[in-house]
Ligand binder design. Structure first.
Ligand code: NAD
Length: 251
């Protein structure tokens, strides 16, 4: 824990593993989303009505799961550390909105892979509610189309879809201002998100990895905690008390 006292400005990077204890399955663990669903690439969504309906079907299912879930200790700890200035923000690959629901202001969260909370037109970017899209599909049996003629899609970044520039710039700015990047609950196998860790290491920042299985970045990390996030965060509250008394050191 001396490591945390010397962490300087922290930036968090989170993945699906931080939300499994909130009841949301991750991708790669046994019973995870890959065991239930196949990947629908962005190009397939655009090309095929059948793929769009399949994609919507899983969005509606996940939207129900997100609604029934709640932030856990780990989300609240991150929220707390951002509120007291110990951390500058959180970059998340998750689309479940749990960081915002734990109290992190939206300006301090980068939803690197978008959000499952709403949909948008791929052409004019007009926003739609997921419920609205469900109504259209229930009534017409067809995937929703915007007034401008563009396809409407959940506002998540699919495989093969470009990360919006704004997300990329905000994430890079958080990484570049961090002395320590703490990756929590991610297999760190999805790119370009994992490139942010590479950038942090290249910048000379410390890297801490908290995950219950091995990741490709463990070798670069000053600290690897192979633990369940919720159990660990309970202890972390105690350990971080020391650090809070002295405050974060500016970069
Ligand atoms: P991933 O499934 O590839 O990796 C999750 C990692 O977390 C795994 O290595 C797993 O062993 C670990 N893990 C699971 N539960 C844990 C726990 N309680 N404590 C510690 N470690 C735990 O997910 P990823 O790295 O985030 O990348 C894949 C993509 O998954 C992302 O793009 C994201 O958009 C998407 N996704 C998001 C959600 C969500 O929003 N909650 C859910 C599933 C998938």
């Amino acid at each position: 824990m001396e490591a945390l006292q010397d962490a300087g400005m922290i930036c968090f990077f989170t993945g699906a593993g931080i939300s499994t204890e909130s009841g949301i399955p991750d991708f790669r663990s046994p019973g995870g989303i890959w065991s239930q669903y196949r990947i629908i690439e962005f190009s397939e969504f655009v090309a095929s009505e059948e793929a769009r309906l399949e994609d919507w079907d899983r969005r509606f299912h996940m939207s129900d799961v997100f609604e029934e879930s709640a932030p856990n200790h780990a989300h609240y700890l991150i929220s707390d550390l951002i509120a007291d200035g110990t951390a500058s923000g959180v970059i998340t690959q998750n689309i479940d909105g749990l960081h915002e629901r734990s109290g992190v202001p939206s300006g301090k969260v980068v939803n690197f892979h978008g959000s499952g909370a709403y949909a948008h037109c791929l052409n004019c970017e007009r926003q739609y509610s997921i419920l609205n899209c469900k109504d259209i599909i229930d009534k017409t049996g067809r995937s929703p189309v915007c007034d401008c003629g563009g396809l409407i899609k959940a506002a998540v970044v699919s495989f093969g879809e470009t990360i919006p520039e704004d997300f990329l710039h905000r994430a890079i700015s958080l990484v570049d201002s961090a002395n320590t990047l703490i990756a929590i609950g991610s297999s760190l196998q999805v790119w370009p998100a994992a490139g942010l860790l590479e950038r942090a290491v290249h910048n000379g920042a410390q890297l801490f990895v908290i995950n219950n299985t091995a990741t490709p970045f463990d070798k670069d990390a000053g600290l690897v905690l192979r633990a369940k996030v919720a159990e660990l965060t309970e202890n972390a509250y105690e350990l971080l008390k020391v650090r809070r008394q002295s405050g974060p050191s500016p970069k």
